[in-house]
Design a binder for this molecule. Structure first.
Ligand SMILES: [Fe+2]
Length: 327
């Protein structure tokens, strides 16, 4: 009898999370319709303030003679290699390799970061275990988004990934692009997770829908079904779910969204990071209690296609167990 009750409760939990997931997806679609994101072009802005801000920055940079330099900086993609060290993970996970790219912001007008990024990826000859994409696949907010699919396919085709490609959506993406991604074998996680069995060790890849601007993320739904002994990775577009993810036992949090400020001043740092998070989470490697994380500056740019002191990047992550022989 007791066992039956437990099973019934578990079923109820599953249904509740499924319901929440569906509700949030519908909320997202309603917001997309409200802002009419399906029509227009990549230069259309969300509001008058955004339009004015973009124009002012562009004019200012041109007057200072810095615009072309900024464009050059935005086109020079780096391959950033980083390691995350964990003492308490199964030794089978030592050397697990993740290629992580966010904020691709592919454009039909500005092609330089696509060309530079594709060239870097072509040079990666060693297979990786997993490719993770952190959202914001297009430059603008408006119009159909399916044009990004052939570009992403072309970019990532040269890289061999043992467990495929998974991604999440960003605040520039529309829900309909999810199907287009599926057609080319790229799985977009929407408040859900997948389990990977790597040589007998388990990994759980949780992927949340976007919090920034949409408030459609549900950390609980993305991670509730993770096996207790799995190494838990959270893929989120923005760093705005760090505290909540820690409560769910996430060990590695990967995100982007901030572009490292896109324009940062020497010594003072970014002028604006566009995220509700502590400054230390806005760029690069960080730790929050037992959780480790990385906020990438991203591949592309938005609004004004320039960067200063916020180099664009493709990130290669190595999971390392030290000391190796403990377990
Ligand atoms: Fe972005």
């Amino acid at each position: 009898m007791e066992e039956a009750n437990i099973q019934q409760n578990q079923q109820k939990d599953v249904d509740e999370f499924e319901l929440k997931r569906k509700e949030l997806w519908e909320k997202r679609i309603l917001l997309e319709k409200k802002f009419n994101l399906y029509e227009g072009d990549e230069f259309q802005k969300i509001n008058g303030f955004e339009y004015l801000r973009t124009k002012t920055i562009a004019v200012l940079l041109r007057c200072l003679g810095l615009y072309k330099k900024g464009q050059f900086n935005a086109s020079k993609i780096n391959l950033r290699k980083i390691k995350f060290v964990y003492p308490d993970i199964p030794k089978e996970l030592h050397g697990f390799k993740i290629l992580f790219v966010a904020d691709l912001h592919l454009s039909q007008t500005y092609l330089s970061w696509f060309i530079s990024g594709a060239s870097i990826l072509q040079q990666i000859k060693t297979p990786v275990d997993l490719i993770l994409l952190g959202g914001d696949y297009r430059f603008g907010y408006f119009g159909p988004e399916d044009f990004v699919i052939p570009m992403i396919k072309e970019m990532f085709e040269p890289v061999e990934s043992k467990y495929g490609i998974y991604g999440v959506l960003g605040n520039h993406d529309i829900s309909s692009v999810r199907e287009n991604f599926e057609e080319v074998g790229i799985h977009i996680l929407v408040n859900e997770g997948i389990e990977i069995n790597h040589n007998g060790a388990k990994l759980w890849i949780a992927g949340v829908d976007v919090q920034h601007g949409f408030e459609c993320a549900d950390v609980a739904s993305s991670i509730v079904h993770a096996p207790k002994d799995a190494f838990k990775i959270m893929l989120s577009h923005s760093p705005e779910l760090i505290e909540e993810s820690l409560l769910w036992g996430v060990q590695l949090y990967l995100c982007g969204h901030t572009h490292g400020g896109q324009i940062a001043l020497p010594l003072l740092g970014p002028l604006y990071v566009n995220a509700h998070c502590k400054r230390k989470f806005a760029s690069g490697k960080w730790e929050y209690r037992e959780m480790k994380g990385y906020t990438t500056t991203g591949l592309g740019t938005t609004d004004v296609p320039v960067r200063f002191n916020a180099e664009p990047e493709i990130v290669m992550i190595d999971i390392v167990k030290i000391p190796y022989d403990l377990k």
